[in-house]
Design a protein. Structure first.
Length: 94
């Protein structure tokens, strides 16, 4: 079962430790921008010729990531794999 939602407390960036941790987290995220994400169908990673670029709306020249774009056949295969796995997957606990 999922834990109930509780908002995080506000961060005080006047606190040097909080500001440093925030800058560190931002640097970590920025180092991973622009990566690619294949489709994942039945434990198989599939790179496609067609892709979808995700851009940073605050900096449109910055690409957040590039995802493979599924065809109808890919979608059909994903649904088939999902239904095949549903029986055992649905018995798992959170």
């Amino acid at each position: 079962m999922l834990k109930p939602y509780h908002p995080e407390p506000y961060s005080d960036f006047a606190d040097a430790a909080a500001a440093s941790a925030f800058r560190s987290a931002l640097a970590s995220v920025e180092s991973r921008l622009g990566g690619t994400a294949p489709l994942l169908i039945a434990d198989e990673r599939i790179d496609t010729k067609a892709t979808i670029e995700s851009i940073d709306p605050s900096m449109p020249e910055r690409i957040v990531g590039v995802a493979s774009s599924a065809t109808r056949d890919d979608v059909d295969a994903a649904l088939e794999a999902a239904w095949a796995a549903f029986g055992s997957w649905s018995q798992r606990t959170a």
